[in-house]
Ligand binder design. Structure first.
Ligand code: FES
Length: 336
């Protein structure tokens, strides 16, 4: 039997199925409550049960002392409703509500998905989870004090492993990953970072423009939108040099087939070897050719700075896109 849960002060209402914690139910229905470990030890998900009864599950005394429990506090990652509930808990509205952490992680797998693109999956310590918004990035902290920013390619609901897509540009971190890194290596990172995430308070159609490994955060955003059944039309324009650079191409084809997402791959350096009969040229020019009026759209673009700059300039000046409807994440070089 499902329980109705009312969130205060927002008044949002959601439902928990049997065996579900309050946090699991809230996240499933798209309400962002704060969390950290998701196993009852860190206290990040603590809030008050204003009315109703919960089973506290495996809440640890260190995170939820008996005195707090007696006052009606609960760890929502553990608490399961035993009746309808009214709970008091802050909701994450923007990235500034999400704590930025520095964490160790282990390389779980390395997969070459294009001649020069590595898909890296990272495992966090058992007692840690990373809360983030789809589209944000992390900084890998390197031993020499530099950082390498990489977008998270997995959506927040699928956070068992963190997924990164790294193109080999010949920098020290790329060379290390492509020549020496192996499974079980330990890395440290800081995150989540950045303000590139889907604004869900709009109902405009969304144009997503991904260049190269800019596909990573766009993948996270699309998988987040599918998981939460977001009904806005999604149009993905994906730029690459050659057909071989369209890594993980079965994914957008599946999104198109099963979820009605429009997928337009565009190659910039196509040759006869590619046997390509799709679109060619600059990816943002393909958007302009199809959608000369962008005044009613939101645009999310991720890729090389030159692509972002050209897209911003031309969408604003030629297509009537309001500046406030253009969201972008440009690749940046490693910083000390
Ligand atoms: S998320 Fe850490 S105790 Fe609930």
């Amino acid at each position: 039997m499902s329980a109705q849960i009312t969130l205060q002060p927002s008044g949002h209402v959601f439902h928990a199925d049997d065996g579900e914690s309050v946090l699991e139910a809230a996240l499933r229905e798209g309400y962002r409550l704060p969390y950290g470990c998701r196993n009852g030890t860190c206290g990040s998900c603590k809030g008050r049960v204003a009315s109703g009864v919960v089973d506290h599950g495996k809440s640890q005394d260190t995170a939820l002392p008996a005195a707090e429990r007696a006052q009606g506090m609960a760890l929502f990652c553990q608490a399961q409703p035993r009746s309808d509930l009214v709970i008091e808990c802050r909701e994450i509205g923007t990235v500034k509500d999400i704590p930025v952490k520095t964490l160790p992680c282990r390389v779980q797998s390395l997969e070459l998905v294009a001649p020069d693109v590595m898909r890296i999956r990272l495992r966090l310590p058992a007692a840690e989870r990373l809360q983030f918004l789809a589209g944000q990035y992390i900084d890998i902290l390197l031993r020499d004090g530099t950082r390498r920013s990489l977008s998270l390619a997995n959506p927040p609901h699928d956070d068992g492993l963190l997924e990164l897509h790294l193109r080999n540009y010949g920098g020290p971190f790329s060379i290390h990953v492509f020549t020496q890194m192996k499974e079980k290596d330990i890395l440290r990172f800081e995150g989540p970072l950045g303000t590139f995430y889907l604004r869900e308070n709009s109902d405009k159609p969304v144009v997503l423009v991904a260049g190269g490994t800019g596909f990573a955060p766009i993948k996270a955003i699309i998988e987040h939108a599918i998981h939460h059944n977001i009904k806005r039309p999604l149009l993905l324009y994906r730029g690459a040099r050659r057909a071989a650079d369209l890594y993980l191409n079965e994914l957008p084809l599946t999104w198109q087939r099963e979820h009605g997402i429009t997928y337009i791959p565009v190659l910039s350096d196509v040759t006869t070897e590619d046997a390509w009969n799709g679109r060619s040229g600059l990816v943002h020019e393909a958007v302009i050719a199809d959608l000369p009026d962008l005044s009613g759209h939101d645009v999310y673009a991720c890729g090389a700075p030159a692509m972002i700059d050209a897209a911003r300039r031309d969408f604003l000046t030629r297509c009537g896109l309001p500046e406030t409807a253009f969201y972008a994440d440009a690749f940046t070089p490693a910083v000390p």
